[in-house]
Design a protein around this ligand. Structure first.
Ligand code: HSO
Ligand code: ZN
Length: 426
């Protein structure tokens, strides 16, 4: 990890830069796959599965028998853990239910909002080095609470054509209706356009590599909504001299092990802590099963020593981390000053892993500085709020003349008239 001591403000941009994510060069490859799936449907998806995932599939849909088999294969201890996590995610996301109240803006004019579920949603779960069944819970649980009618899931199978059993178990538990064996760009295309077997959805969720990200970006230009622009995962630990260096190092490494392009940052006011964390990171790294991945991402990670807490907070808000862990004496007060972050973890006993799996909050969060403008996935991501209004005689008399004047001044006579014909009758 690179050490930065008392950075100058002019260098902040450079220090906080994320490892570059270049989707431009992928655009043509991605477009080719998208177009072929759009025109040829299942046949193209199967061909790409053979080419990219090295698997020959007769059909894309996961059957009930496969789901029942998977249930038997998941160890009982893991099932219990998944159930506990799902329950907490369910509790937290249920508390986000929206109650639209009716408001009289003036007498006779009533306006309100109603939350309505997005009818069809598509969840993408990557395969690769780690089977992220926790992400299945994070996406399907709020979709189910929202009341989405069709919850479709695509995930790449292994070379034998099997989906990881824990993914199937989590999907069933969290209410996914249809599961398909498809990965990468072809999966995104299938959900964006629909094929013979995969239904077209209205919004696509979920993480993925740079090809999946580029595909989501492209289909979102006209065919379907997406959860948020995605990038490699990241964590910042904000700590003072009271922080436990063993915990801080463990937190930095938990993010670093995600992928070679992940980023872990320590911002601290204590030189002593910085040195201890530096040592601890190396010590713990050597013991990790995924040390090779973590080691690579640590190369673009930083330990930053700042002059005081004000500077630490300013730097943090500029970085806008996906995950922020605050381990300081007065973490509640510091937390109040955070305006840009995806998800914040407070105090020494709150690791990011808690939010990744089981505390109840969502782990699908804005990366790459998008926390300045985006929220993470929540119940809101699966609904729309439709507005309603009802106006009676008193109401149209109260606002009608203002509408007439405004319409006339925008030179929209038909708009004005729609009010005039009514005012004559009340
Ligand atoms: N930290 C990841 C989520 C995750 N971690 C899944 C473990 N499994 C992005 O927020
Ligand atoms: Zn994680």
């Amino acid at each position: 990890m690179k050490k930065i001591i008392y950075p100058e403000k002019k260098d902040w941009m450079e220090i906080l830069r994320r490892p570059a994510l270049n989707t431009d060069t992928l655009r043509n490859t991605v477009k080719e796959v998208l177009d072929k799936v759009k025109t040829e449907g299942d046949k193209a998806v199967r061909e790409y599965e053979e080419r990219f995932d090295k698997v020959k599939l007769d059909s894309l849909g996961v059957t009930e028998t496969e789901i029942a088999e998977a249930e038997k294969e998941v160890p009982i201890e893991l099932k219990a853990a998944i159930m506990l996590a799902q329950k907490n995610i369910h509790t937290f996301h249920s508390s986000q239910r929206f109650e639209g109240k009716k408001v009289q803006t003036v007498p006779g004019v009533t306006c309100w909002q109603k939350a309505v579920a997005i009818e069809k949603v598509g969840l993408y779960i990557p395969g690769g080095t780690a089977p992220l069944f926790s992400t299945v819970l994070m996406l399907a649980t709020p979709a189910q609470i929202a009341g989405c009618k069709e919850i479709v899931l695509c995930t790449p199978p292994d070379k034998e054509g099997k989906v990881h059993p824990a993914i199937l178990y989590a999907a069933k538990l969290a209410g996914v209706n249809k599961i398909f064996k498809a990965g990468g760009v072809q999966a995104i295309a299938a959900m964006a356009y629909g094929t013979e077997s995969v239904p077209k959805v209205y919004k696509i969720f979920g993480p993925g590599n740079q090809y999946v990200t580029a595909a989501k970006q492209q289909v979102s230009l006209r065919d379907v909504a997406i959860d948020m622009p995605a990038g490699p995962s990241e964590v910042e630990v904000l700590a003072d001299e009271t922080a436990n260096p063993v915990f801080v190092a463990a937190d930095l490494l938990s993010q670093a092990e995600h992928g070679v392009d992940s980023q872990a940052m320590l911002i601290t006011t204590s030189e002593k802590l910085m040195k201890e964390v530096e040592y601890e990171v190396q010590r713990q790294l050597a013991l990790l099963p995924r040390w090779e991945i973590a080691e690579k991402s640590l190369a673009s990670s930083k330990l930053i020593l700042v002059r005081d807490m004000d500077e630490a907070i300013a730097l943090t808000n500029e970085y806008a981390p996906e995950h922020l862990i605050i381990e300081t004496r007065d973490y509640m007060e510091q937390a109040e000053r955070i305006v840009n972050a995806g998800s914040v973890f407070l105090g020494s006993l709150t690791p990011e892993s808690a939010g990744d799996y089981a505390s109840g909050t969502n782990h699908t969060l804005p990366t790459n500085g998008y926390a300045k403008a985006y929220s993470g996935v929540s119940l809101d991501s699966f609904i729309r709020k439709i507005t309603f209004q009802e106006i009676n005689g008193e109401g149209i008399q109260n606002i009608g003349p203002a509408i007439e004047v405004m319409a006339a001044n925008e030179q929209l006579g038909a708009h004005k008239n729609a009010v005039t014909v009514r005012l004559k009758t009340v």
